[in-house]
Design a protein around this ligand. Structure first.
Ligand code: SF4
Ligand code: SF4
Length: 478
């Protein structure tokens, strides 16, 4: 049976046949979005400024002598907020990755594509950097269309297009440099930039490739990244449901749409079919057709429509953040009314916060050192003249700090056990790895059968316990 909304709109369904940016012959349709303006655009600009500020300053910020963020895939070294992670700790990343996937799924089920519109680097760079430069050089969408129609013999076209592409390439090179700074660190990047090219031919080629990729993405590929390449975008169909908050057109209020004619008594919905929401859309869709794969929730259509509603004296929010159910039930015809916080939203948000806590806890409650002890392979227990039993152990220690660490060992359990380090002492260089060996000696008395569990503590020079490790102690049958 047709729903109330379906009865309201008898629309042309041909938009479902292909992507909005592909014509019937399969050729790309270039999108010329109108320059957006309004409150959401202003909020997004503020968020973008903060995020861009972070992106361009983080490589220079040091915490505990380390960069704020370093993702050195080549040397398998990762630094997050000054905490160094080693390849041996990859399980933390695997856990964080899995938790992250669950987080993304839950987040999208409740809040839709909020990430795409407000935080995604592709949207931020495309809409807040490259598009703004394009508007500044070529003008708004009508001037851009006119410029593209000009022949290449026109000086105006050569000058404007030449300037735009030169600026685009310069920014792509800048982004590449910062991108590499997150991988190899600013110091190494500075070296590559200042040394003669032949000394870093590999680094130079990598820079050229990445700059070329960024330039192609932002100058030509643009919204196709979101609609054709991005897996998150393509998953929306299975992640969103009727309760997900997305940018949506209120058909109950807006339909039947129709032009506004002066002096005419209006028996239509609030949509005056002015097409402003379509003109501003950077992915070239008509949001009035409903939630579509191409919509990156950029809010441009909300601002455009709010502006029209202000002009014709109707309440804002004909296009707004709302769930399908809200629209169908006509719950929030007035956008100024507060959104209803449903128990589902609260429950999912609590789960999201717990997941964030787990990730944070996993990543930031690790010790300064990593320790592993194992009984020396093939060795048996020894019995001394005094009757004490000893086992030989190997120890591996990773120093995750920037400092040289002299260490000592003590058996925590069982009591009355003693340790004898093989060699002079135990110490690990800054960011280093050390191997060692030691004997644990025990009286026969605390032995619990053939294998007794032991717990060894690793202490710094000041006697502070830095880590513990467990192993088993073998002895004769009691
Ligand atoms: S901007 Fe608003 S009024 Fe104009 S066509 Fe879009 S939905 Fe209708
Ligand atoms: S439909 Fe609206 S929110 Fe979606 S991409 Fe287009 S302008 Fe942005």
């Amino acid at each position: 049976m047709e729903s109330q909304i379906e009865q309201l709109i008898k629309r042309d369904e041909s938009f479902r046949d292909r992507l909005s940016t592909i014509d019937e012959k399969g050729k790309r349709k270039w999108v010329y979005p109108k320059k957006p303006s309004g409150r959401f655009t202003r909020y997004r600009q503020a968020v973008a400024l903060v995020l861009l500020g972070f992106f361009f300053s983080a490589p220079f910020i040091k915490v505990n002598g380390y960069p704020l963020l370093l993702i050195n895939i080549l040397e398998r070294k990762f630094v997050i907020f000054g905490n160094v992670f080693w390849p041996q700790e990859m399980y933390l990343f695997v856990l964080a990755f899995l938790t992250g996937i669950v987080f993304i799924i839950l987040f999208t089920v409740i809040y839709g594509r909020l990430f795409c519109g407000w935080v995604c680097p592709q949207t931020i760079f495309m809409e807040m950097v490259f598009r703004k430069i394009e508007y500044a050089i070529e003008g708004d969408y009508m001037q851009q269309k006119a410029l593209d129609k000009m022949p290449w013999t026109s000086w105006e076209k050569i000058l404007k297009k030449g300037t735009k592409y030169a600026v685009f390439y310069a920014i792509s090179v800048l982004i590449t440099n910062f991108f590499l700074a997150y991988i190899i660190g600013v110091e190494k990047l500075y070296q590559i930039i200042t040394d003669p090219i032949e000394q870093h031919i590999g680094g130079f080629i990598a820079m050229l490739i990445f700059s070329g990729v960024f330039y192609t993405v932002f100058a030509y590929f643009r919204e196709q990244v979101c609609t054709v390449v991005c897996p998150y975008g393509r998953l929306q169909g299975v992640l969103l449901d009727k309760n997900s908050i997305v940018i949506t057109y209120d058909e109950v209020r807006g339909e039947p749409r129709g032009k506004l004619r002066k002096g005419e008594k209006r028996h239509l919905g609030d949509c005056i079919d002015c097409m402003q929401c379509v003109y501003v859309c950077p992915t070239g869709i008509d949001i009035r057709n409903g939630t579509q794969l191409e919509c990156i929730n950029c809010t441009a259509c909300i601002d455009a429509c709010d502006h029209i509603m202000d002009k014709i004296g109707k309440p804002r929010g004909l296009i707004r953040y709302a769930s399908r159910n809200e629209i169908e039930q006509g719950r929030y015809p007035d956008a100024e009314k507060p959104k209803k916080v449903t128990p589902r939203m609260v429950a999912y948000t609590v789960v999201l916060l717990i997941l964030l806590g787990i990730i944070g806890g996993l990543l930031f409650t690790r010790g300064m050192i990593g320790v592993r002890i194992m009984r020396a392979q093939g060795s048996l227990y020894q019995v001394s003249e005094s009757g004490r039993i000893s086992n030989l152990y190997n120890i591996k220690i990773i120093n995750k700090t920037l400092h040289y660490l002299p260490l000592s060992l003590k058996v925590i359990e069982p009591a009355n056990a003693s340790i004898r380090i093989v060699g002079d002492s135990l110490a690990v260089a800054a960011e280093g790895l050390a191997d060692g060996a030691f004997f644990v000696e025990l009286d026969k008395q605390p032995l619990k059968g053939v294998k007794t569990p032991i717990k060894v503590g690793v202490y710094n020079r000041e006697g502070k316990l830095l880590a513990t490790a467990e192993a088993t102690f073998t002895g004769p049958l009691q």
